[in-house]
Design a protein around this ligand. Structure first.
Ligand SMILES: [Zn+2]
Length: 132
């Protein structure tokens, strides 16, 4: 029996963001209508992301991808590797853009949203959509 979902989600394995990501997806009506992959570094391994997206598109006809990287990601060396918060933010925005470009080369009609998750001192997580 065919079964479809609208979204493909990729985010890092980091446990600190799990609950917030789930809440964010639920609040925006994506939870229950998406394939989700969790991989260290979020979009860092573009080949893996593409392979998983291929499966999601062919099996479930997903039409929109949401890619989420996060600040202080250990797979990229953590926040300490960057000279400032802004430098880290720009780095991740570029990483996300590169992956978005790869996806659009293969699936030009797919909608791709890229997001950066940030964790506050309090532990509260916020999301920023990166716009071109
Ligand atoms: Zn991470």
């Amino acid at each position: 029996m065919p079964h479809y979902c609208k979204y493909f989600i990729a985010h890092c394995i980091d446990f600190r963001f799990q609950e917030a990501i789930k809440d964010h997806l639920a609040k925006n009506g994506l939870l229950g209508d998406c394939d989700i992959i969790s991989i260290a570094g979020g979009v860092k391994d573009r080949d893996f992301i593409l392979k998983q997206l291929d499966v999601s598109v062919s099996l479930h006809k997903s039409r929109e991808a949401v890619l989420i990287n996060h600040i202080d990601c250990g797979a990229y060396g953590g926040s300490g590797k960057f000279s400032s918060f802004e430098a880290e933010r720009i780095f991740h925005a570029k990483e996300l853009e590169k992956t978005k470009t790869r996806i659009l080369e293969k699936y030009p009609s797919l909608k791709v949203k890229i997001m950066l998750a940030k964790i506050q001192q309090s532990g509260k997580v916020t999301f920023e959509e990166i716009k071109a």
